[in-house]
Design a protein around this ligand. Structure first.
Ligand SMILES: *Cc1c(COP(=O)(O)O)cnc(C)c1O
Length: 262
């Protein structure tokens, strides 16, 4: 069974996941998320224009992403480089930016540097060096956010807070990387007592980091479950997937091994 929305063919599977009218669902969800961002800013006494929404499109298939584009989304945030590269091959003609927000293995650097405009998970000197070398070859620049493990939970990803300041001192060696700020993932929990310390720690680290490297200005923090809290604690970029595209079929542990404890 299938139906068409405009000239787009939706499979039964698409309809089960995204509903019969994904375009209008995405539009309505975007409006709701944007309203929540504005309210969170008001409550925090912040200018709503100071917070950027980065829609996270992982697991949303390429043909559905055309509808996300029609809904007005121009920046696709993906966790996995191969998934992103595959979608980009299909959607190459769409004028969108691609942001990679997930851990990158060093052997996959070349895929990212071909097309991504930003990377939110820089967490090692070796990765910085490899990215810079490739970017130089491609004559490209890449916006980078340094990922910090603020939860203290056992995790492979993100620098330890103590390692951050020495790390950012080295970034000037890599002229093709444009440092923009810091990124973190709080534990996926409803408990603000567990989330807040992570956001606050990232903010304190940024306040220190910016003294040494004035480009490290922004905080990329907050997801569907905690972006309002993140805005309260100073987020400049919120990375929101499920509140726009609906529940993901894949468990979060696929993306954050060891980090997720509900
Ligand atoms: C998936 C993902 C998000 C968004 O999570 P949602 O629950 O879909 O809002 C944010 N940041 C990163 C690094 C992600 O992988």
């Amino acid at each position: 069974m299938s139906t068409t929305a405009g000239n787009l063919h939706l499979s039964l599977h698409d309809i089960q996941r995204f509903g019969p009218d994904p375009l209008n669902t995405f539009k309505a969800n975007l409006v709701k998320v944007e309203e929540r961002i504005v309210s969170a800013c008001r409550r925090a006494g912040r200018d709503p224009r100071s917070v950027r929404l980065l829609p996270i499109t992982k697991t949303v298939p390429a043909h559905i992403l055309r509808l996300a584009f029609d809904a007005g989304i121009r920046n696709f945030g993906e966790n996995r480089i191969q998934e992103a590269a595959g979608k980009r091959r299909v959607l190459g003609a769409l004028p969108v930016e691609w942001t990679i927000v997930g851990h990158l293995q060093t052997n996959k650097v070349k895929y990212l540097t071909r097309f991504a405009s930003a990377f939110h998970a820089l967490d090692s000197l070796r990765l910085a060096d490899l990215l810079n070398t490739r970017l130089e070859r491609e004559s490209r620049l890449l916006d980078v956010y340094v990922q910090v493990n603020t939860s203290g939970e056992e995790s492979k990803f993100g620098l330890e807070p103590d390692a951050l300041l020495p790390f950012i001192e080295t970034l000037h060696q890599f002229p093709h990387l444009r440092p923009r700020g810091l990124m973190t993932i709080a534990p996926l929990s409803q408990d603000t007592e567990r989330i807040r310390p992570c956001f606050r720690l990232l903010r304190r680290l940024r306040d220190e980091a910016v003294k040494r490297n004035p480009a490290i200005k922004e905080l990329s923090m907050g997801m569907s479950s905690d972006f309002e809290q993140a805005i309260k604690d100073g987020a400049d970029v919120v990375r929101v997937g499920q509140a726009i595209f609906g529940r993901r079929p894949t468990p979060d542990t696929d993306y954050w091994p060891n980090v997720v404890k509900r």
